[in-house]
Design a protein around this ligand. Structure first.
Ligand code: 26V
Length: 822
């Protein structure tokens, strides 16, 4: 190895280099001439892992010694993104690592890019869980994230002829250096079968659940570092395996196929992440997945209590368990089962403990996303839990009847069982009844929960309800994703903002400093150049970094209205074609996002966008003013390049539909201005950054409800809007589908006849707001000033603030400092 410039024997750079070469040889079994990029990445990953193990062990030791009260964050999804860069940042080793790699002739960015991200989530909900465990570690809160170790995460999206095509996400292909299997803490989970009752000698009734199969849950732990502290919390994900004993019995009978089948069936439980979001399918495997990870996690908590000699009746004092949406809501029934059936606790005491243990966060108002399980299916998978839910329901409805004398309609509405037509178990109701705290994820969302979806529950228990506006971690979304901006900001106001994001306020005066503005602008330009390179490689389209980068990245969904932007782009195109001399701010429209594989309309929206791109990008009459690209496979990794390069953030959901949004926050922090509706956290972002620095348009949630309540007729808006008519006519006549008038017919028909998300009602307002954007962008000094203010005033949207509120209002947990390493 070449001797670097600062070669004191003990410099961090030099130690990193040696450790790296050690791992290349002893872990990867390679010498440089044979090593691949993956080998280099893995050697560096192991080098970093060695450096965090000490913290991990000290943290576990400290928590065990103190018997600390612990947050258990239960989530079916954790969309972590790559670990290496984040760990280097949190350890304070990023610059040293860059240096030591470059001394070996390697580029750190290339190595970082080799990591296959664990895409164990769909979108907002899973990414929120990841930001939360980052903040918990940074705030030094004892916490465990519990979830599923999916063998295949969210699919990899490719585009073929402009259509989305899904590829399996084989993220474990080259091994995962960040996890440690803990087979010694495996647990057994029962499924299916029936229940039996019997009396013991004293006449006490006991229930026995006789399952028809069991599965082994094996925990895999990943350390989660706090920022520049000694805390390393744990993300504990469960892998499903076949219980050996069972396998062996079948095998001994000579039934090889049967033995293999058992293994396959068991392992299916953690095989693949369901790629839907905001839409539930009543699939047996999905219910089994949820129960599997929840049962494993609660059993794990009981094991921890036992090793720390905490008595069972103190469960709620040892653990605060948060339900990330209703996916883990079966935990309410499972904790009751564990306490009563398996530990003989009396019902009333168990119920008291259960309610004090759980908190429930709701993440969506869309009716199609509210989980309900057909009763027959539920009984097949979880016969004992159905009985427990019946018992919870009977006692709960007694309370409702007593409180609301004679109001049987209310009893029907609130029941845990839906009985109109086919019967279902309502998971949101189970979560509400079994929790002491219920929250939404932005102010408007929490209000709408109280007024609408959970109205009856709010009337009965107003004090249980609260709001916890979402946030995102500035470590990943600024410090790691935008190193140039990080250097500029820290140069101006120091580094405190990375832990206390409100300190970004100190940037406000710099918004008036021409020098600082020039620096800010140059950074945005450099980030846009980087993204342009990516776009050229992935899409084969050359885009101009001096044009305005107008970005919409998020899951593809009708309520998010990517197609509203598509209609508007066609409107702009039409204007340019009919008036070639039209002055227009050059724009590059960048889209990204995955559609659920079974969501046909969402896939058609992708096809519409790629079709517009094909036409617009090759038309010499407009190509200097308009470019349209769809970047395939939007992910955490790609997001890290996209947010820092955006000028304009599109947050254009129908008001009242987006619970919060979190991409909106990542954009604002990185200095993008928002064009958006009064929806989710947009409202709070606008309040923070100032109405004059935000491009507002569209109906309010209240107006949407009124318009729809009065029998909304999209055709009326079409009749009243000449440009919109031209836009629809172009699509209808196949202008973007080589004359094929059929391709987009389902999309157009849906809009013209139903328009469930009010695109037509908001079209003109949206187009007008874009006019204001175009004008504002031409004044680049003033735009830069607004950009700086957006960033300076985004401090509220750190997930550190969100987590501090959960700790204070819901979990009642305190920080535990992990002592300096010995
Ligand atoms: C539902 C289902 C149904 C079964 C299959 C898997 C699956 C996965 C997710 C969901 C619901 C997801 C709800 C969700 O992601 N909500 C988003 O949560 C974000 C964090 O609070 C919030 O910012 C977004 O506005 C909200 O859409």
């Amino acid at each position: 190895s070449g001797r670097g410039p600062d070669d004191e024997p003990d410099s961090p750079t030099r130690r990193l280099r040696h450790a790296f070469l050690h791992h290349l040889f002893y872990t990867q079994g390679k010498f440089p001439a044979l090593a691949t990029k993956t080998d280099y990445y893995l050697a560096l990953a192991h080098t970093v892992r060695d450096r965090l193990l000490q913290r991990w062990i000290s943290t576990a030791n400290e928590y065990t010694k103190n018997g600390s009260r612990t947050v258990a964050y239960l989530s079916a999804e954790f969309l972590m993104g790559p670990h290496l860069g984040n760990n280097l940042i949190n350890l304070g080793l990023f610059d040293d690592a860059r240096k030591s790699m470059s001394e070996l002739g390697l580029n750190l960015d290339d190595l970082l890019y080799e990591e296959e991200e664990p895409g164990l989530g769909n979108g907002g909900l899973g990414r929120l869980a990841a930001c939360f465990i980052d903040s918990l570690a940074t705030l030094e809160i004892p916490a465990v994230g519990y979830g599923i170790r999916y063998e295949f995460g969210i699919f990899h999206q490719t585009l073929v002829d402009g259509w989305q095509v899904e590829k399996t996400d084989k993220w474990l292909r080259y091994g995962n250096p960040w996890e440690l299997a803990r087979p010694e803490w495996s647990v057994t989970v029962k499924l299916g079968g029936h229940t039996e009752r019997m009396q013991d000698n004293s006449g006490q009734l006991h229930v026995r659940w006789v399952p028809n199969r069991t599965v082994l849950g094996v925990p895999y732990d990943t350390p989660i570092l706090g920022y520049r502290n000694n805390t390393a919390n744990t993300l504990r994900l469960w892998k499903a395996e076949a219980p050996e004993a069972f396998d062996f019995a079948v095998f001994n009978r000579g039934d090889y196929q049967g033995a293999v089948n058992q293994k396959v069936v068991s392992e299916n439980l953690s095989k693949v992440l369901y790629p839907n979001d905001e839409h539930v399918e009543g699939k047996e495997l999905r219910l089994a997945q949820q129960y599997f990870f929840v049962s494993c996690s609660l059993q794990d908590m009981l094991r921890i209590m036992k090793t720390q000699h905490v008595p069972l009746h103190e469960f709620h004092e040892k653990f605060a368990v948060q339900l990330n949406d209703t996916h883990p809501a079966i935990g309410v029934a499972e904790l009751m089962r564990l306490l009563t059936d398996e530990h003989q606790m009396h019902w009333n005491q168990a119920w008291d403990i259960t309610r004090k243990t759980f908190g429930y966060t709701n993440h969506t108002l869309l009716p199609e996303a509210l989980e309900r399980w057909p009763l027959e299916l539920f009984k097949r998978v979880l016969p004992r839990h159905l009985e427990i839910i019946y018992e919870i329901n009977a006692r709960f409805l007694d309370e409702v009847r007593q409180r609301y004398f004679g109001d049987e309609a209310r009893v029907t509405r609130m029941s845990l069982i839906e009985e109109t037509g086919e019967r279902y178990v309502r998971m949101a109701h189970l979560a509400c009844v079994g929790s002491h705290a219920i929250n939404g994820v932005a102010e408007l969302h929490s209000e709408l929960l109280k007024q609408d979806v959970l109205k009856d529950f709010h009337e009965m228990w107003p004090a249980k309800f609260g709001n916890k506006t979402n946030g995102v971690t500035p470590r990943r979304w600024i410090a790691l994703a935008n190193p140039r901006l990080t250097r500029l900001i820290s140069g101006a106001i120091g580094e405190g903002w990375i832990k206390r994001l409100e300190e970004l306020r100190q940037l406000e005066p710099f918004a008036l400093d021409p020098n600082f503005r020039a620096g800010w602008r140059e950074i945005k330009r450099a980030n846009k150049r980087d993204l342009s390179d990516v776009i050229r490689k992935r899409c084969g389209v050359a885009v101009d970094p001096s044009s305005m980068f107008d970005v919409q990245v998020k899951r593809i969904h009708e309520y998010k209205r990517q197609h509203l932007s598509a209609l508007h782009i066609i409107g702009l195109y039409h204007r340019l074609k009919t008036n070639p001399n039209l002055e227009m701010t050059p724009r590059t429209f960048i889209f990204g996002g995955k559609a659920a594989p079974g969501y046909w309309m969402a896939k058609l929206i992708i096809r519409l966008i790629t079709s517009i791109g094909e036409v617009v990008n090759r038309d010499p009459a407009v190509r200097d003013k308009l470019r349209v690209v769809f970047l395939p496979n939007f992910s955490v990794t790609n997001g890290q390049r996209i947010y820092p390069a955006a000028d304009l953030s599109e947050q254009i959901s129908t008001a009242g539909k987006e619970a919060s949004g979190t991409g909106n926050m990542k954009f604002a922090m990185n200095g993008a201005l928002t064009i958006g509706t009064m929806d989710g956290a947009n409202i709070e972002i606008r309040e923070q950054v100032g109405a004059e620095n935000f491009f507002l348009f569209g109906l309010t949630a209240h107006e949407v409800a009124t318009v729809r309540g009065n029998g909304y007729r999209p055709q009326d808006y079409l009749d009243g809007n000449a440009e919109l008519r031209e836009v629809i006519s172009l699509i209808r006549h196949g202008y973007f589908s080589r004359g094929d008038g059929e391709l987009f017919r389902p999309l157009v028909d849906s809009l013209v006849n139903h328009d469930p998300y009010c695109l037509f009602a908001d079209y003109q307002s949206y187009a007008d707001a874009h006019e204001r954007v175009g004008t504002a962008y031409r004044d680049s000094e003033d735009w830069t000033r607004m950009s700086i203010l957006n960033s300076a005033r985004s401090g509220l949207f750190s997930s550190d603030r969100t987590i501090a509120e959960y700790c204070r209002d819901i979990w009642n947990v305190q920080p535990v400092q992990v002592p300096i390493l010995s």
